[in-house]
Design a protein around this ligand. Structure first.
Ligand SMILES: Nc1nc2c(c(=O)[nH]1)N[C@H]1C(S)=C(S)[C@@H](COP(=O)(O)OP(=O)(O)OC[C@H]3O[C@@H](n4cnc5c(N)ncnc54)[C@H](O)[C@@H]3O)O[C@H]1N2
Ligand code: MOO
Length: 392
């Protein structure tokens, strides 16, 4: 068995170089920027007023001034700044050359075309040209584009960006006991849930998942599943990874040309995890127990999908204080399903009493996975521990 850290390093190495594609900004939300986006604009492009009011000259602020025109947003003042004058101005409008301060209108009394300032406290209320960014500045790649990034790119006048192509992820769940949600299970059958969870997790990570037909516990059926996944950028199988007579994934994958990089990780849940590549396509074989599949999905499939888009596959752990005493750990790194509560300095974490890797009802309630290293000694209430927040 290899450690979780070593297994993750091996999995990340399976990621091929991301393929690039160009998308318009309207379609770029959540996509991984692959090349720097270079600004075509300086923002603001001109000294801009930060307030509605009057553009004046600071050295004339004490006296009465004559309003000689207007600079509205999108309609610059075209006249000339002369001594003793002011220009009516709106927020975002060009501050006409010669004026060096904007007084907000609340601090001005106006009588016909004459204004006097009633309060001269505060700054100049002018945003200099380039205050935000300059033409030639760039938004660095290897980030997922969020709403503020899209706004920045639009403001930079970059209408199309180069992003990583979404990895196509084929998901094959196998087992004679499985049937689809909404069907009537035959005796001994249960509903397949894991493939839906892994597809959802893959989609959240930026991939385009496809759930392939359920495979049966036969070599032919599994081979058909592998063949149906031939076009995918990543193959994820679920179940059949362990040692039982019907656990055929390892053997069939080997027949299909799997170069296995590991099979079995020192973790709980998720021990029977396997990974490798078939020709150049990465493959991850998730264990069948539902919680094991989801935990391995979070720990390995999600980072691999990120890496396949040029994003960091490394996750930073969060800190919490233990809400109860815990006994010593065994020889596998343990990911305990847990709930979080507010605490004085850090959140307080309580692992659920049952850690059975078949209990989806507990996994669905959990806020976090409490991470305990292999051979961790007994811990007490209040000790600081690491956790992974779970997506909702
Ligand atoms: N003798 C041993 N038995 C087991 C070991 C072991 O080391 N020695 N490991 C256990 C661990 S740990 C796990 S995890 C499971 C993993 O087994 P498999 O990957 O072979 O998974 P299956 O046997 O196919 O299924 C296990 C369990 O999960 C249910 N399942 C499977 N697929 C789905 C699905 N798509 N949706 C919902 N539920 C699913 C399946 O019905 C079984 O109940 O092996 C232990 N055994
Ligand atoms: O690895 Mo199994 O996942 O402990 O149930």
């Amino acid at each position: 068995m290899i450690s979780v850290d070593d297994a993750l390093a091996q999995v990340l190495q399976l990621a091929p170089t991301p393929a690039a594609e160009q998308v318009p900004l309207e379609k770029a939300l959540g996509r991984a920027l692959l090349e720097p986006a270079i600004s075509r604009m300086t923002q603001p492009p001109f000294p801009a007023s930060a307030m509605d009011g009057y553009a004046i000259r600071q050295d004339e602020a004490a006296g009465a001034l004559v309003v000689i025109g207007e600079s509205a947003a999108g309609h610059p003042f075209t006249g000339v700044c002369r001594p003793g004058t002011a220009v009516r101005i709106s927020t975002g409008a060009v501050v006409p050359p010669g004026y060096d301060r904007v007084v907000m209108q609340e601090n001005v009394t106006r009588n016909g075309d004459t204004i006097t300032m009633t309060d001269l406290s505060g700054g100049d209320n002018i945003r200099p040209a380039g205050d935000d960014f300059h033409a030639g500045d760039h938004l660095a790649p290897h980030r997922r584009l969020g709403p503020a990034d899209l706004a920045l790119l639009a403001a930079m006048n970059v209408p199309v960006v180069t992003v990583a192509r979404r990895p196509r992820v084929a998901i094959v769940a196998g087992g004679d006991e499985l049937t689809r949600p909404g069907t009537m299970p035959a005796p001994g059958q249960i509903i397949s849930s894991n493939d839906l969870a892994i597809a959802a997790l893959a989609r959240q990570a930026g991939a385009l998942p496809t759930i392939l037909p359920l495979a049966r516990d036969t070599g032919d059926s599994l081979r058909a599943g592998f063949e149906a996944a031939a076009d995918a950028d990543l193959l994820v199988t679920i179940g059949g990874a362990s040692v039982g007579d019907h656990d055929l994934i390892g053997a069939v994958a080997a027949e299909m040309g799997l170069h296995c990089v590991f099979h079995k990780v020192a973790m709980r849940p998720g021990k029977p995890l396997l990974a490798g590549h078939i020709r150049r396509t990465p493959m991850i074989g998730l264990p069948g127990n539902p919680v094991s599949a989801i935990v391995c999905g979070l720990l390995f499939v999600e980072p691999l999908i990120h890496a396949m888009q040029g994003l960091s596959g490394v996750r930073t752990l969060s800190k919490a204080r233990l809400g109860c005493d815990l006994g010593p750990e065994g020889n596998r790194q343990h990911y305990l399903r847990a709930s979080l509560a507010d605490g004085a300095d850090l959140p307080v974490i309580h692992p659920f009493a049952s850690q059975d890797s078949a209990r989806l009802s507990i996994m669905a309630q959990a806020d976090a996975l409490l991470v305990r290293p292999a051979e961790d000694p007994a811990r007490n209430v209040g000790d600081i521990v690491n956790f992974i927040p779970l997506p909702r």
